[in-house]
Design a protein around this ligand. Structure first.
Ligand code: FPP
Length: 253
C-alpha cells in the first residue's frame, strides 16, 4: 500500500473497538506527555525524504489527539519542536513549521467541535509570524473549551522553562520562603495542570531530551521501538494498558 493511500485510509478509519476494549477506563492517566521520535528513520527505511516522515507523523498526531479525546484523557502534551531542533537544516525546520500551520488550519474546526483546548509551551515569539498567528488563532478559538487540553510544546526546553521561573522569582522579589513546590508549579508554563502521569517516547531512544524536566518527576516512563509514524491506535492502547498495570508509589511503600 502506498504511503498516501495508507494515510488516506488511516484518516477515514472508524475507532477500532477491539483496541478500545483492552483499556481499563478506571486506570487512565490524567495527563500523557509524548516525545514523538523517529520520523526521520521511518522515512529513511522507506527511501523517502525526512519531510515524508514528518508528514506521516502528523497523521499520528491526529490519531493520538482523537483517541485521547475519545477516552476522556484530560491533558496531552506533545513535543513538536525543541529549542535544540533549530540546529536542523533550514529546509527541515521550515517543513516542520509548515506542517504545524497546515495541521492547525485544517484541523481547528474539528478540534473545536470536539471541545479540545489548544495551548502552547515554549517561546513561540521566536517562530515565523505566520506560524505565531495560526497558533494564536487556535489558542484563542479553543480557549474556553472544556474537553481534552492539548499542550503543543514548540520551541520548548525544560531547562529554559526553569531558568524563566528562577528569573521571575528574582525579578518579582518573591521572598525565599514563598518559593515552594506549589509556587514553582504555578510559575511553570503548565500552571494549573496536573503533572504528566505517563511519558511516552517512541523510536527506541531512552532519554528525556530536555522535556518537562520538573513536571516528569513521578511520571511513568514508557519507551517503545516503534517509530512515531507507526504509533497507531493499537500502539497507544498498548502504552495505556502498560500504564494501568504500573504500581505507582510516589516514593511511598
Ligand atoms: C522527531 O523525529 C520528530 C520531530 C522533531 C518533530 C515532531 C513533529 C511532528 C510529528 C509533526 C508536526 C507536529 C504537529 C503537532 C502537527 P526525528 O526527525 O528526530 O526522527 P529521527 O530521530 O528518526 O531522525
Amino acid at each position: 500500500m502506498g504511503v498516501l493511500a495508507g494515510i488516506l485510509l488511516g484518516r477515514r478509519r472508524r475507532p477500532n473497538t477491539q483496541v478500545y476494549d483492552q483499556i481499563d477506563r478506571e486506570k487512565l492517566p490524567a495527563h500523557v506527555a509524548v516525545i514523538m521520535d523517529g520520523n526521520g528513520r521511518w522515512a529513511k527505511q522507506r527511501g523517502l525524504p525526512r519531510s515524508a516522515g514528518h508528514r506521516a507523523g502528523v497523521e499520528r498526531v491526529r490519531t493520538i489527539i482523537r483517541m485521547s479525546s475519545d477516552l476522556g484523557i484530560r491533558y496531552l502534551t506533545l513535543y513538536a519542536f525543541s529549542t535544540e531542533n533549530w540546529k536542523r537544516p533550514a529546509d527541515e525546520v521550515s517543513t516542520l513549521m509548515s506542517l504545524l500551520v497546515e495541521y492547525l488550519t485544517k484541523e481547528l474546526p474539528e478540534l473545536h467541535e470536539k471541545g479540545v483546548r489548544i495551548r502552547t509551551l515554549g517561546d513561540i515569539t521566536a517562530l515565523p509570524e505566520d506560524v505565531q498567528a495560526e497558533i494564536a488563532r487556535a489558542v484563542e478559538t479553543t480557549r474556553n473549551n472544556t474537553g481534552l487540553t492539548v499542550n503543543m510544546a514548540i520551541n520548548y526546553g525544560g531547562r529554559q522553562e526553569l531558568v524563566a521561573v528562577v528569573r521571575r522569582a528574582l525579578t518579582e522579589g518573591v521572598p525565599p520562603e514563598k518559593v515552594d513546590e506549589a509556587w514553582i508549579s504555578s510559575a511553570l508554563q503548565t500552571a494549573g495542570e496536573p503533572d504528566p502521569d505517563l511519558m511516552i517516547r517512541t523510536s527506541g531512544e531512552m532519554r528525556i531530551s530536555n522535556f518537562l524536566l520538573y513536571q516528569l518527576a513521578y511520571a511513568e516512563l514508557y519507551f517503545t521501538d516503534t517509530y512515531w509514524p507507526d504509533f497507531d491506535e493499537a500502539e497507544y492502547a498498548k502504552a495505556l494498558v502498560d500504564f494501568a498495570g504500573r504500581d505507582r508509589r510516589f516514593g511511598g511503600v
